[in-house]
Design a binder for this molecule. Structure first.
Ligand code: BTN
Length: 248
C-alpha cells in the first residue's frame, strides 16, 4: 500500500471525473497510465517506488522508495499544446510556491527542469499518443521530496516537510494541471521567463551532433523553443535538438 493519505491527495477534486491508483511499487506510473483505459476524464497514478522509472531522452529516472513523488496524470484532448512541457514546469513551480505558503520559490531550467537552490528537484516527462483516433496525453512528474544524497546536482525538499506535506503538494499540482487542461494558460511565456534561472544570461548548449553553441538566452517562443542570441542573430532551438551545458 502507498503511504499517501488518499483523501488529502484527492481533496477538492471532482471525483466523478477522476480515477485514481495508488501503488507501493510499480514499473512506471507513466507506463501504467498509458495502458489504462480512460473511463473518466482523468487517470491519476501514484507510486512510492518505480522499478523502471522513465526520464527524458530515454534515460532512467531513479525512483527509490524514499518518500519521493512519482505521479502521472492522463487525459484525452483534441490537440496538445507544443509548449505543454514548459507549461507544466510553470504549474509545478506555482504549486510549490502557493502550497508552501510562498516559502518554496523554485526556478526553471529550460525546457522544464524545476530547481531549488540551483539543484534539480523535479523532472517532467510528457508522452502523447493517438489511441482509437483520439489524442491521449500522459504527464509524468517526479519530485525529489526526499532522496538519498547522490550527485551534487540533485536537490530535494527534505527539511521542508513541515512546510509542505507531500499530499498537499500533489493535490496542488493536480488542481493546477486540471485547470490548465480545461482553461488553457494565456500568459505562460511571461510566467516561465520570470521563473527561469538563466534568462538573459550567457549559456552554452550542446547540440545532438555534439556541437557547442554559445549565446545569450532570450526566453522562449510560443512553441517553447529556446531563443538563443548568437553572433548570427537569434536562433529558435527545440529541446530535442540540444541541452544546456553546466548551470548546476
Ligand atoms: C526527466 O528526465 O527530467 C523527467 C523525469 C520524469 C520522471 C517521472 S516519475 C513519474 C513518471 N513516471 C515515469 O516513469 N517517469 C515520470
Amino acid at each position: 500500500m502507498s503511504k499517501l493519505i488518499q483523501n488529502d491527495v484527492l481533496k477538492g477534486l471532482n471525483l466523478d471525473n477522476v480515477e485514481s491508483y495508488f501503488f507501493k511499487s510499480i514499473d512506471s506510473t507513466n507506463t501504467f497510465a498509458k495502458k489504462t483505459f480512460l473511463e473518466k476524464a482523468f487517470v491519476i497514478v501514484l507510486a512510492e517506488q518505480q522499478t523502471a522509472g522513465k526520464g527524458r531522452h530515454g534515460k532512467t529516472w531513479h525512483s527509490p522508495e524514499s518518500g519521493n513523488i512519482y505521479l502521472s496524470l492522463k487525459y484525452q484532448a483534441d490537440s496538445i499544446d507544443p509548449c505543454i512541457t514548459l507549461i507544466v514546469g510553470v504549474l509545478v513551480a506555482e504549486a510549490l510556491y502557493e502550497s508552501s505558503g510562498k516559502k518554496i520559490n523554485a526556478q526553471l531550467k529550460w525546457p522544464n527542469d524545476v530547481l531549488l537552490n540551483k539543484k534539480k528537484i523535479c523532472g517532467i516527462l510528457i508522452e502523447s499518443e493517438v489511441v482509437e483516433e483520439k489524442m491521449e496525453c500522459t504527464i509524468g512528474i517526479g519530485v525529489n521530496y526526499s532522496i538519498p544524497k547522490t550527485e551534487s546536482w540533485w536537490g530535494d525538499l527534505s527539511g521542508l516537510k513541515d512546510v509542505l506535506p507531500r499530499e498537499k503538494l500533489i493535490n496542488a499540482i493536480l488542481k493546477k494541471i486540471i485547470t490548465y487542461k480545461d482553461n488553457g494558460y494565456l500568459n505562460w511565456q511571461q510566467q516561465w521567463a520570470d521563473k527561469c534561472m538563466h534568462q538573459n544570461i550567457a549559456i552554452s548548449i550542446i547540440t545532438s551532433q555534439q556541437k557547442e553553441i554559445n549565446g545569450i538566452f532570450r526566453g522562449v517562443d510560443n512553441e517553447g523553443k529556446m531563443l538563443l542570441e548568437t553572433s548570427n542573430g537569434i536562433q529558435a532551438i527545440s529541446s530535442g535538438e540540444c541541452s544546456i551545458k553546466g548551470l548546476y
